[in-house]
Structure formats: C-alpha cells, structure tokens
Design a protein around this ligand. Structure first.
Ligand code: GLA
Length: 388
C-alpha cells in the first residue's frame, strides 16, 4: 500500500491528518539460530517489508490503536499504559513498548491516534511482531524526546515481548529491526550486544526466502520450552564449571570435555546444537568476509540439520523446502530461518538457477504437503526510520 493510501485510511479512521510516519522492518536470519537467548552470535539482516506507524495527537487522555490488518479501534487510557490487554490482543505489542518508557520513568501525558499497517507476510517467521514493537519504540522515542539509542529501543521491544506477549525471546529480531543497514547483515554478539555490519555483496547470487505457509507455528509454549531446556543444560554444566555464564561461551572442545554433566538427554542435544551453531556462525561470517560463499552455504545446510535433529524445530514443511533446495545445483545453501516449525527457509541461489529453484521446490513441496509455497528475493534494507 502506498503512503498516500495509508494517509487516506488514517483520515477516514480519525477524521484528521497524519502528523508523522515511521517504519521498521522485518528480518531474515542468515545463520545463528536459537543462539541469541544463550548469549551466542546471530547474523540477521533487515528486509524491505515491515510495519508502518502513522500518528497524530488527540485531545483525549487516551491512545487509540487501529490496524489496517485488523480493523477495530482499541482505546487505552494514559493511566493504564502498564497493564496488558487480553492475552493475544495485537495491541499488547505496541502497548508493551510504551509501558517500557513509563517503567523507565518517562511519563506520557499527551494522547495519540495511531494507525498501523504491515506488509511482512503474516505468520512467516519474518518478525512482524518485532517490526511492530520497534516501530512503536522508535516513534515514541522521537515523540517523547527520550533520546534512547537503537540498542535500547531493541531492548524495549524484547521486554514488551516478554512482559506483554509472554514469549521469552532473545534480542535478535528487535535488534535487526532497529539496527539493520541496507546490503549488510548484522554480526551480533547477543551477550555483549556488540555488533559489526558485514556487507552482503553476492555477485550473481540472491538471498531467496521460501514461505512454507504452514499452519504449524513455533508457539510461545514450544519456544519457551527450548529456552528452559537450555537453562537446564546450563545449570547442570555449572556443577562442573560454576562460573559458566551461558552455553554459547563454550568452544566445541570445552563442551566435549564436560558434556556428560548434562544428564537430561533432551537438554544435552539442545546444548550441543547451541555450541555447534555458535561456531558455525563465526565460521560463516569469516567465510563471507573472504568471499567464500560455498563454505557459507555448507554451514547453512549444517545449521539446518542441527536444528532438525538436535533442536527439533523444523518438521515436514521446513525440511521439505530445505532438502529439496539442496538437490539443486545452483543452490549454495538452504536452511530454516527464525523460530521454526512453520515460517520460512532462507537460501542462497545463483541467479541462473532461481527459476528452476522455484519450480522444482514448489512442485516437490506441493506434492508432499498439498500447500503452494511462496518465494521472495530478499532486499536487504535499513532499520527503523522516520519517514516524515
Ligand atoms: C525467534 C525469536 C528470536 C530467536 C529466534 C531463533 O525469532 O524471537 O529471539 O530466538 O526465534 O533464533
């Protein structure tokens, strides 16, 4: 939808003109999955699709929220900003961010009317919720002149997810949405939050996102279970390494030496994935910096296998997309991206193989699952911004 149309929708919803427009993107993670809440490395990039927020002051002591994707107006009084709405209400995502400003001692005394529109494919695991959180945090940081930096805004988004949506997520999605840069991926240490922007210049190769359109999503229960299993592994490892801060700190050799301290079989496999995935992420970034895309692709494939076998967050839909992609000559690598189960895969595909890739993967996937997948050539774009 064009900006002009969004403004028209704002006018129709609130009988007034838009005062400001903000945008924040979704993300795709190239490698480094389920490492963020273990203090590990991730390597995501921001996409060209995301969430728009249009806003204007009102004269009431209220915030009014309306989404074009879900068109009813929700009104929240300014003295109730820190109270979540009913479970699963979409307004909890933006409200949870505004609550964080209040909790940090900034008081909001001005009411606003807000219109939200997003073009991140729904349920695709490309972080539409992080885009909504970060666009809200970015907008209110600007409007309230709180002067927080982008990393703080990402933390606000993550806290909203924890406190208002009940998902104990890591920082990756919000960080990518806040800090993304055109044609770069973010090599982020999720323990220290230090990061490097690495150019993704791939001559004759595209980043292709394939959408399973699968009804199975990694729900908050299955996600929080993985977080808990990693904590259990960490606790058990502390019986032999009391100062261990997080799983990602261990090299493969260190893990091999003390792994028998993890007595829970499931927790053991989860930890093995995390340790291997952190090493793969570091190796992949090094390979990319050397221009060695072949190695990068192989590491992506290994990442998928580990997420399938040890972390158990793939399933028929994601496995079929990845494994069918591996059969094609011009595919350098393919893996699930994001939380898992449903959602998307990310693949590196040579330009001349893209049509064959779409055809062949689509046909095999449809035969196995009855669903037609979708493909998007990713445009790696900038993070949160004020449009006007
Ligand atoms: C979801 C979470 C992220 C991250 C990924 C898995 O997208 O929101 O914090 O844990 O899953 O890497």
């Amino acid at each position: 939808m064009e900006l002009r149309e969004l403004k028209k929708a704002f006018r129709e919803a609130y009988q007034k003109e838009t005062e400001h427009v903000y945008f924040s993107p979704g993300r795709v993670n190239l490698i480094g999955e389920h490492t963020d809440y273990n203090g590990g490395y991730v390597f995501p990039c921001a996409l060209s699709f995301g969430t728009y927020l249009l806003i204007a002051k009102n004269d009431g002591q209220v915030l009014r929220f309306r989404s074009l994707n879900m068109p009813e107006v929700t009104e929240v009084s300014l003295d109730r900003l820190t109270t979540p709405l009913a479970k699963n209400h979409w307004v909890n995502y933006p409200l949870g961010c505004i609550a964080q400003f209040v909790k940090r001692g900034y008081s909001l005394t001005q009411g606003y009317d807000i219109l939200i529109w997003g073009n991140v494919p729904a349920g695709a695991g490309l972080s539409s919720s992080a885009a909504l959180e970060v666009v809200t945090a970015y907008a209110f940081n600007d409007l309230m002149q709180t002067g927080l930096d982008r990393t703080e805004l990402a933390k606000i988004g993550q806290a909203s997810e924890h406190e208002f949506a009940g998902v104990n997520c890591g920082i990756m999605d919000q960080f990518a949405s806040a800090q993304g840069k055109k044609d770069h991926a973010i090599f982020l240490n999720c323990d220290t939050l230090q990061f490097t922007l690495v150019p993704v210049k791939l001559d004759g190769i595209k980043v292709v996102i394939s959408n399973t359109h699968s009804p199975h999503k990694l729900d908050s229960g299955a996600y929080n279970d993985r977080v808990a299993q990693c904590h259990l592994a960490l606790e058990q490892l502390r019986s032999v390494r009391p100062n261990l801060k997080n799983l990602a700190e261990l090299t493969q050799a260190e893990f091999d030496e003390i792994q028998s301290a993890i007595t829970d079989e499931v927790a053991h496999r989860r930890a093995r994935h995390v340790v291997g995935e952190v090493q793969r992420t570091k190796d992949a970034v090094e390979a990319l910096q050397k221009g060695d895309i072949v190695t990068f692709g192989q590491l992506m494939n290994q990442s998928h296998v580990s997420l399938r076998d040890d972390y158990e967050v793939t399933g028929l839909h994601l496995d079929t997309l990845a494994q069918e992609a591996w059969k094609i000559d011009g595919v350098l690598g393919s893996r699930m991206t994001g939380g898992g189960f449903g959602g998307c895969t990310v693949s590196l595909v040579r330009d001349e193989a893209i049509e064959q890739f779409k055809e062949q993967v689509s046909k095999a996937y449809k035969e196995k699952t009855g669903i037609t997948p979708d493909f998007y050539v990713a445009q790696i774009s900038d993070g949160a911004q004020k449009i006007e």
